[in-house]
Design a binder for this molecule. Structure first.
Ligand code: PMP
Length: 286
């Protein structure tokens, strides 16, 4: 049984309690972060906490703790649960005002709810998905217009993953105005003529922490990166494709809406970037 953190207390997961009036439960009035743990170290912690601060700021939600306190909590929960390869999930909600009301409660009276728990994953090198590559289904992007804020409104992404599964695919990419926005829980990339292409930052996509890291590593490795939107046709005609996220790292894509990319096997560029990402993450973990 895991030990989880709820509002200042460490409790067994079967003892953890949140109010039925919590706005995270009633209104998805909540933001979250997922930080990967590799070899017992937190990957890109500073980036995740900076994005958490930004998400909170955009929603006028008070921060429940300082970055230093959050680092301590992350380290403590990793230690308490003996995590070597896994993740720390953190969620902040606008708290429990004691009743259901659309208006935001006074932040001086209603304190935010803070929850952390861990998940165990395998060693990144053992990922069967990374060896096989993902099959992607595209679906219309009908999410709200502030996808840059990492809220817990994950119903449509969840439906997208179900649609993909029903179609015999591994995940879905969203399409808006004929252009790929991003994956259900990752940023989308294509490779053409050795050049990496991924959509530019705006309110249309989540500003992926892994995306930013991969952009840095690609530049250091003298790879050319173009930040621009791309169409489904372009993606299907690409040499390679992949997705990035804290959970999937760099994950190759081998098929989009039934069209095989290249020889239908994970591409060399994606494999190289995955290797670099894992190496660098092991070096820089905290
Ligand atoms: N886009 C969406 C919609 C996501 O849910 C995620 C995963 N948090 C990402 C992109 C990738 O972000 P990150 O690299 O920070 O995990």
């Amino acid at each position: 049984m895991r030990t989880v953190y709820v509002n200042g207390s460490w409790v067994s997961e079967d003892q953890a309690v949140i109010s039925v009036f919590d706005r995270g439960f009633l209104m998805a009035d909540a933001v979250y972060e997922v930080t990967t743990v590799i070899d017992g170290k937190l990957v890109d912690f500073a980036g995740h906490i900076a994005r958490l601060d930004r998400s909170l700021g955009e929603l006028d939600m008070p921060s429940p703790a300082t970055p230093e306190e959050l680092l301590d909590l992350h380290r403590e929960i990793v230690a308490k649960n003996g995590i070597t390869d896994g993740r720390v999930y953190l969620q902040v909600t606008r708290g429990n005002p004691g009743d259901r009301d659309f208006l935001f409660p006074d932040p001086k009276v209603t304190r935010p709810t803070l929850v952390l728990f861990t998940q165990i994953t395998g060693r990144p090198e053992d990922s069967a998905d990374a060896k096989r590559g993902l099959k992607i289904l595209t679906i219309p992007d009908v999410r709200w217009g502030r996808r840059d804020i990492k809220t817990t409104q994950l119903l449509y992404p969840s439906m997208g993953k179900m649609m993909a599964k029903k179609a015999g695919c591994d995940d879905a990419w969203f399409i808006e105005d004929g252009l790929v926005t991003e994956g259900t829980s990752n940023n989308a990339w294509i490779v053409k003529g050795g050049k990496l292409i991924t959509r530019g930052l705006s309110n249309d996509i989540l500003h992926g922490i892994t995306r930013a890291a991969v952009m840095r590593y690609a530049a250091e490795a003298q790879m050319e990166v173009e930040e621009r939107s791309f169409t489904l046709d372009e993606a299907q005609a690409a040499d390679e494709a992949f997705v990035t996220s804290a959970s999937a790292f760099v994950m190759p894509v081998v098929e989009i809406d039934g069209a095989r990319l290249g020889d239908g096997k994970p591409g060399r560029v994606a494999a190289r970037l995955r290797e670099i990402y894992l190496d660098e993450s092991r070096k820089s973990g905290v």
